[in-house]
Design a protein around this ligand. Structure first.
Ligand SMILES: Cc1ncc(COP(=O)(O)O)c(C=O)c1O
Length: 393
């Protein structure tokens, strides 16, 4: 059969994650031991009380049917969590929608909202589904550069008026992936004013809301006055409670936008497995001491990696949040060359920055998905690799 993928599929690039995985496999076949810091899937277990709730619920054979939009207790638990953690009041019936991971919502929102030819403002670099979702919808991507000199915030004044006239939605994420920067309230206020002026739906991805370090404030976009009028916020239990494989997340905020996504989803899926929802309720209504411990663990990992890399002469900025380090690479390589040589020669797998947009060139993303001792070891290998390279030159 001569089967060619659709034009929409062809617009999606083959996943760099697969390419890195293949490269790692090839290196291992040649006998290289590889420390894998490529994929952002947490290696920590979920809290034991969450696992217990899941196990108990799985025994109930009356709960194996479709769950559609999910159980009311889940929406109520999200409201409780948002109030406790971010001081945000939400209406559980109208301002919360359960998702099969935030990816589900991020992937489908544009198709529910955007017509072919309409513009969406997307961060560059940014998490890949933002761009892919707009392509699926037939929308037009307008990249918003995130530059170090502007604290990785987009400069909204740089966007031409003729673009804004055709723009229906913008996507932002603080802290984000791969750019780990935080936004302050003043930036969010500016975004709300901008969205009001130009009638744009703001989509804030807050998937890393509980991986914020050094006592920086955890600012939900929804906590800023006016946000609900113009925006929604995606969140998830994947990173917060290490439930990435459970596939459960949610979106909160603007009722109209949530309704549109709910209508779309009612046509394509039948909801999350009931026991997973029960486990999520348990997680969201816990005493949160687990979250404080987890932040400390990630801080230790970040310190181990950055201190190790510093010894090699590679100065890497300290992430204020997330499970990643967004590292500007030393001169003399492209992102891909550097990432691939690290796998082949140092035995350390990371993701080249250009996978997240053209402005990711010159960076690599390193995931803090191994214990501090392994991260120190990875840094030692990189130190040796850089030293060898210096000798070669
Ligand atoms: C920024 C960001 N948003 C959303 C997601 C999707 O997460 P999930 O679908 O597991 O909630 C990820 C996953 O890595 C992410 O990094």
């Amino acid at each position: 059969m001569n089967l060619i993928g659709s034009e929409k599929l062809q617009k999606m690039s083959a996943s760099i994650f697969q390419e890195v995985a293949d490269r790692k496999k090839a290196a291992m076949k040649k006998g290289k031991e590889v420390i894998d810091l490529s994929v952002g899937s947490p290696d920590f277990p979920p809290p034991s009380f969450v696992v217990d709730a899941l196990v108990k619920s799985v025994q109930d054979t009356s709960k194996y049917g479709y769950t559609l939009k999910g159980i009311a207790e889940f929406n109520e638990a999200v409201c409780y969590f948002y109030k406790q953690r971010y001081g945000v009041d939400l209406d559980h019936a109208k301002e919360v929608l359960q998702l099969m991971g935030s990816q589900d919502g991020l992937a489908h929102l544009a198709t529910a909202i955007i017509n072919p030819g309409e513009y969406v403002l997307v961060p560059d670099p940014g998490y890949p589904i933002y761009e892919a979702s707009v392509n699926l919808a037939g929308g037009v991507i307008y990249p918003m550069p995130l530059l170090e000199e502007n604290r990785f915030l987009p400069n909204l004044n740089d966007i031409p008026l003729e673009v804004l006239q055709k723009t229906k939605m913008m996507i932002i994420s603080y802290p984000g992936n791969p750019v780990t920067a935080l936004a302050d309230e003043a930036f969010f206020e500016e975004v709300i004013e901008f969205a009001r002026t130009h009638n744009i739906l703001v989509v804030h991805d807050f998937a890393y809301s509980e991986l914020i370090f050094d006592n920086h404030p955890q600012i939900s976009f929804m906590a800023v006055p006016g946000a609900k009028e113009v925006g929604i916020e995606f969140n998830s239990l994947s990173k917060t409670f290490n439930m990435a494989g459970c596939r459960i997340g949610y979106v909160v905020g603007n009722e109209e936008a949530i309704n549109l996504l709910a209508t779309f989803k009612s046509n394509i899926d039948y909801g999350v497995f009931y026991p997973i929802q029960q486990a999520a309720v348990k997680a969201l209504t816990s005493d949160f001491s687990y979250l404080h411990e987890q932040v400390k663990e990630y801080e230790l990992r970040r310190e181990a990696l950055i201190a190790g890399l510093k010894k090699s002469g590679w100065q890497v900025a300290k992430s204020p949040a997330t499970m990643f380090v967004w590292a500007k690479i030393p001169e003399g390589w492209t992102s891909r060359q550097f990432a691939f040589e690290l796998i082949d020669q140092a035995g350390v797998a990371v993701i080249p920055g250009d996978a997240f947009g053209s402005l990711g060139e010159g960076y690599v993303r390193i995931a803090l998905v191994q214990p501090p001792v392994m991260l120190s070891q990875a840094a030692e290998r990189i130190e040796q690799f850089l030293a060898d390279r210096l000798i070669e030159k």
